[in-house]
Design a protein around this ligand. Structure first.
Ligand code: ADP
Ligand code: MG
Length: 150
């Protein structure tokens, strides 16, 4: 499967990339974010929210698991780091199949519950402020999306 990658030199660049990506998103799109603590998953989500014209401040939903924001499209921001049971049905499907865009931090922790088609984005530390961002599309919708962006 084709992969797409870019390098960012600071948090602003990661945020800007996400903001641009957001312009191409449609209802029902699902983005899985992977990367160590501090890699930039939440920073990325904040940029995406800006691109979706979300006015409220986006914070990490660590303790609530799911937060919903209103924008050009609804944004469903999940952080499943603290989900104790990977199989527990917390109603994720309703979000994935909803009219908004879903972003899932630490998505692999609920791998069995993820939709078959999605865009996985990996963020890798490359130094203090440098990050490598790798996009792996799964399914035609997301392959097309990546081609539009790159
Ligand atoms: P995560 O959600 O993956 O744990 P956060 O987005 O909360 O990560 O934190 C990333 C931290 O790294 C922030 O303090 C951010 O300012 C900093 N940072 C430095 N360089 C970058 C970069 N290139 N991209 C994203 N974040 C960066
Ligand atoms: Mg985070």
């Amino acid at each position: 499967m084709e992969e797409f990658e870019l390098m960012t030199m600071n948090d602003g660049e990661t945020s800007q990339f996400a903001e641009r990506l957001a312009e191409f998103l449609k209802p029902g799109d699902v983005i899985a974010l992977e990367g160590d603590l501090g890699a930039g998953k939440t920073t990325f989500t904040k940029g995406l929210a800006k691109g979706l014209e979300v006015k409220r401040t986006v914070n990490s939903p660590t303790f609530t698991i799911i937060k919903e924001y209103r924008g050009r499209l609804p944004l469903y921001h999940m952080d499943v780091y603290r989900v104790a049971d990977a199989y527990e049905d917390l109603g994720f499907d309703e979000y994935f199949e909803g009219d908004g865009v879903t972003v899932v931090e630490w998505a692999h922790l609920i791998e069995e519950q993820l939709p078959a088609e999605l865009l996985t984005i990996y963020l890798y530390h490359q130094g203090q402020e440098q990050r490598k961002i790798v996009l792996k599309p799964k399914g035609p919708r997301y392959e097309q999306l990546c081609k539009e962006i790159f």
